[in-house]
Design a protein around this ligand. Structure first.
Ligand code: NAD
Length: 342
């Protein structure tokens, strides 16, 4: 069987990371028909928008996409293409596993946390405006029963399907009584339907401290959109950093796989950054497609290369200027060679 997949190279370091990932995925023996679609600042001139409708149509048709990061101007300019894709296609669950691999230099070993971030509302609804230009601005944070219910259900279903023990709902319901109060009360209701999985909740600021001090006590976390974005970067820092943190945006029918990290524009075109996060996002895509054997092959090969610590990028070496660090494509080559060796 050949899988037709929408492939969005993105910008900044995106195209080189997606190319490395495409090569690794093809080396598993699974065959793909890549439907390449461009989005981001570079297509503005041609289409008048950074997210042409053809890109969304392609994902709707193929049902699955693999995406490189896309730059969003800070404080001005067009709204995030990444957020727009998730919202337009109702990819409501952002799954971000943070799992320790042997060979990673980090504060802890054996951390294994899965962040489930709500992906369609909260502060990312982007409803904001100037009240008095230059003096005051306001934004609206939307939390609904429907979105809270389905994201917490997703977290419990994921926990059940993957043999996890506990779901922790993370919130700021002490201060945001209406919005996070609703999220928390819905989470408590949903938890009652899953007596086989433990449930608890934490206030987000305390959660950050707990994760830094006792990450092993946590399993699956479910959070509203902004908290999920921030806490998932924190969790990636516990297991080697953004270079190794994969992600998936999942809806009822469609899914788009992309790393947690952004476009790291200062390294664009240098064949320097770590392809692991994008390759492991591809591995999550293989699992989603039901290609378990190929997914295991990629995951084991990545683990073997990182455990050996030789053919890895600068961010995985003892110092950032280690002369033995290899480039993006060379690390992908080593992963392909490790797959072949098995
Ligand atoms: P970033 O993730 O691009 O970079 C943050 C830090 O992590 C940098 O030090 C960078 O060098 C490092 N890093 C990132 N990816 C790495 C990799 N593969 N290997 C090694 N190190 C890596 O975040 P930023 O600088 O805050 O954002 C840059 C741009 O990316 C912004 O325009 C932002 O909006 C965008 N962004 C896009 C997405 C997405 O496409 N889903 C996600 C986050 C940020």
């Amino acid at each position: 069987m050949t899988y037709r997949v929408t492939l969005i190279p993105g910008d900044g370091t995106g195209p080189e990371l997606v190319e490395a990932t495409r090569r690794v995925l093809e080396a598993t023996g699974v065959t793909f028909d890549w439907d390449v679609q461009e989005a981001g600042a570079d297509v503005m001139d041609k289409y008048g928008t950074p997210l042409p409708e053809v890109v969304l149509d392609s994902i709707r048709e193929n049902k699955v996409g693999l995406k490189g990061p896309i730059t969003t101007p800070v404080g001005t300019g067009f709204r995030s293409v990444n957020v727009a894709i998730r919202m337009a296609l109702d990819l409501y669950a952002n799954l971000r596993p943070a799992r320790f691999m042997r060979g990673i230099r980090g504060p802890y070993e054996d951390v294994d946390i899965v962040v489930v971030r709500e992906n369609t509302e909260g502060l990312y609804a982007g409803i904001e405006h100037d009240v008095i230009p230059g003096e005051a601005a306001e934004t609206i944070r939307i939390i609904t029963r429907k979105a809270s219910e389905r994201i917490v259900r997703f977290a419990f279903e994921y926990a059940r399907a993957n043999g996890r023990r506990k779901v922790t709902a993370v919130h700021k319901a002490n201060i945001l009584k209406a919005t996070d109060g609703l999220f928390l009360s819905v989470a408590r209701e949903v938890a009652k339907r899953y007596p086989d999985i433990a449930f608890e909740d934490r206030i987000v600021d305390n959660m950050c401290m707990q994760l830094v001090q006792r990450p092993h006590e946590y399993d699956v976390l479910v959070l509203p959109n902004l908290f999920g974005d921030i806490v998932s970067d924190l969790c990636s820092g516990l297991v080697g950093g953004l270079g190794v943190a994969p992600g998936a945006n999942i809806g009822d029918e469609l899914a788009v796989f992309e790393p947690v990290h952004g476009s790291a524009p200062k390294y664009a075109g240098q064949n320097k950054v770590n392809p692991t996060a994008t390759i492991l996002s591809g591995m999550l895509m293989l699992r989603h497609l039901g290609e378990k054997e190929a997914a295991d092959k990629v995951q084991n090969a990545v683990a073997a290369v990182i455990a050996e610590g030789k053919d890895v990028t600068y961010d995985m070496k003892p110092t950032r200027d280690d002369p033995t660090a290899v480039g993006t494509q060379e690390m992908a080559d080593a992963i392909i060679a490790a797959m072949d060796a098995r």
